[in-house]
Design a protein around this ligand. Structure first.
Ligand code: AMP
Ligand code: GLY
Length: 421
């Protein structure tokens, strides 16, 4: 099969690698891809949100299947557009993508179906905000309704902060958000639970824990994710049964009732409090960097899985996992998630010798005249597998030291929850 993969992050490099290893894959194009995907696929530099141009490229390259990595094209209806033009594509339709694209939509599904989540109020104006504040305690969480590239959530300590953040959102700080959600702050342990879904059923697709704050000990502003590991030991069988029964089943049923079931990933973002799961957010794609720690553990041909999903046959297959643990640490450009410089040379990557258990997934990288340069905030994902998280992390840190990239930084404490000192 000829495959087109949409996106340019570490998630897409990990997916690309697995597709490359599939017996069913022939040519792969990445739109736009990064320096890592350039070695195993053809990168095509195109604004993928220009759906008409994208369609031309897909037809020209005789693509048999399109796989969409990031959320923005899903929320903007790429799948509906390509399907209308008879292109096979793996990913949710625009309606189902609202699970991620509109927090108000997701919360309304929770309310109608009694799905456990933080208490909340959808606010359309200042009056709504003031009304909610009359009966609530702090901290409180303010969320912009629409996509905000990880910047739409603020945990507020007092009324003044709530009013400031709310005002900014109502004034249009995030273009797609005219509404906001005020919600109760949940204290607990966060974990991510992944499924691959088709129009009839779904299959488990790994668990992971991310580290969203920029600084060690989980301090500082939120990022896209500074590192992750899989599996997440907090998700045991009993908890998993609750997640499926109370959260996943009612959500997928609600989409079916609207005649909008979908094919794609479902990322269930959870807060676990006293062994009870609460839904914090849905995403309708793989996580980044969670994908980079789940994919190396997958032991079934990924294209076979995508094909079965598109034929609604997931219930007829067995997805196998390696009995390995995996961790990734993200090497970022200095300054991220604030301002940072691009085009900084990364000198020593080609000279590295590492064993089969370790991989480097590229994110914000590019080649200029065969030399490697940074091209984003999150630059490289140093990833390693093994049996013991403590040893895995040691191996990753060794590799990072060898890369010795002076313009970058990383967190040394990824996995602190699962690594005893
Ligand atoms: P989201 O964009 O919904 O993933 O939120 C970003 C981060 O904010 C989450 O990963 C949590 O760490 C935090 N967060 C969001 N909602 C809540 C909540 N209700 N209680 C506590 N923390 C939250
Ligand atoms: N790592 C968080 C996300 O992909 O949304």
């Amino acid at each position: 099969m000829n495959i087109a993969l949409i996106g340019s992050g570490g998630r897409e490099h990990a997916l690309c690698q697995k597709i490359h290893e599939s017996k069913l894959s022939k040519n792969i194009i990445c739109i736009p891809g990064n320096a890592g995907t350039a070695k195993i696929a053809k990168n095509i530099n195109l604004d993928f949100l220009d759906f008409k141009k994208l369609l031309k490229i897909i037809k020209f390259n005789k693509i048999n299947l399109v796989i969409v990595g990031p959320e923005e094209p899903l929320v903007k209806g790429m799948v509906d557009f390509l399907t209308k033009h008879k292109i096979k594509v793996f990913g949710p339709n625009k309606y189902a993508a609202k699970l991620e694209g509109s927090k108000a939509f997701m919360k309304s599904i929770c309310k109608k179906n009694k799905i456990p989540t933080a208490e909340f109020k959808i606010c359309k104006n200042k009056k709504d905000v003031n009304n909610f504040l009359k009966n609530s305690n702090f901290p409180l969480v303010v969320k912009a309704d629409g996509l905000a590239a990880g910047k739409g959530v603020t945990i507020c300590k007092n009324k003044r902060q709530i009013l400031n953040v709310s005002n900014e959102i109502f004034k249009g700080k995030f273009k797609t958000s005219k509404k906001l959600i005020l919600e109760e702050f949940l204290k607990g342990e966060e974990a991510s639970y992944f499924l691959i879904v088709d129009k009839k059923s779904f299959k488990f697709f790994g668990s992971a824990q991310d580290h969203k704050r920029v600084g060690e000990k989980d301090v500082g502003p939120n990022t896209g994710g500074m590192g992750a590991y899989s599996p997440a030991p907090i998700i045991n069988k009993k908890l998993e049964e609750k997640i499926i029964r109370r959260i996943v089943n009612p959500t997928l049923l609600a989409l079916k009732k609207k005649k909008k079931p979908y094919t794609g990933f479902l990322y269930v973002g959870l807060m676990i409090k006293n062994n009870e799961p609460y839904l914090i957010e849905y995403n309708v794609r793989m996580g980044d960097p969670e994908c980079q720690v789940i994919i190396p553990r997958l032991n079934t041909d990924i294209l076979k899985i995508f094909n079965n999903a598109l034929e609604n046959k997931l219930n007829k297959m067995n997805i196998k996992w390696k009995k390995l643990k995996c961790m990734t640490i993200v090497l970022c450009s200095k300054g991220y998630p604030g301002k940072y410089k691009k085009n900084k040379k990364i000198k020593y990557l080609n000279k590295l010798n590492y064993n089969k258990a370790s991989f480097i997934f590229h994110a914000g990288t590019k080649f200029i005249n065969n030399e490697l340069f940074s091209n984003g905030g999150r630059v490289l994902n140093i990833t390693s597998t093994g049996k013991i998280f403590k040893i895995i992390r040691k191996n990753i840190l060794k590799i990072i030291r060898k890369i010795n990239w002076k313009d970058g930084f990383f967190r040394k404490d990824i996995g602190w929850r699962v690594i005893q000192k």
